[in-house]
Design a protein around this ligand. Structure first.
Ligand code: ZN
Length: 167
């Protein structure tokens, strides 16, 4: 059995969070899907909050450096980059440490556009990228109910938690 160290536990968890400012004019990229509407997320890469939160959760589960250090926004190579690339790097590092994903649970926080109709497509994109089944991925969407930066449509955020197990 491949084991990174004798003391490494059989299961671990990782937590990820991300937010981006919103600007006028759609679409907004969330979970690898371009969602039509009046806003887009502002960022150096494609500013996909959900994929960034998941990437950080996976990296964090095995104590790898976070997305900002692996893919600095000062690097021109990361400009407008497809965040699927970041996710691929994270899963490769996870496998390199001999862990695999058990399940992933996520929340998107956005006032608009509505995320719910696109969640199943996001799950398919993420499942394919990570090489796992759709039923290992849960994604929920919450509105800000008019309160704060998210509720007033100034920003979008996402949280993700992942459980990983030794293989
Ligand atoms: Zn981000």
């Amino acid at each position: 059995m491949n084991s990174p160290s004798k003391t490494s536990p059989p299961i671990r968890i990782g937590l990820g969070y991300d937010s981006h400012r919103l600007g006028r004019g759609g679409p907004v990229r969330v979970g690898g899907v371009d969602i039509p509407g009046d806003v887009h997320a502002i960022g150096h890469s494609d500013a996909d909050v959900l994929l960034h939160a998941i990437t950080d959760a996976i990296l964090g589960s095995v104590c790898e450096q976070d997305i900002g250090r692996l893919f600095p926004n000062t690097d021109p190579d990361n400009r407008d980059r497809d965040s699927v690339d970041f996710l691929r790097e994270a899963i490769s590092r996870l496998h390199g440490k001999h862990y695999a994903i058990g399940n992933l649970d996520c929340v998107i926080l956005a006032e608009a556009p509505k995320m719910a109709p696109h969640i199943d497509v996001m799950r398919s994109v993420i499942a394919e990228t990570l090489g796992i089944e759709v039923d290992q991925i849960s994604i929920k969407a919450k509105s800000g109910e008019g309160v704060g930066e998210i509720g007033s449509g100034l920003s979008i955020a996402a949280r993700a938690v992942v459980l990983v197990h030794k293989v």
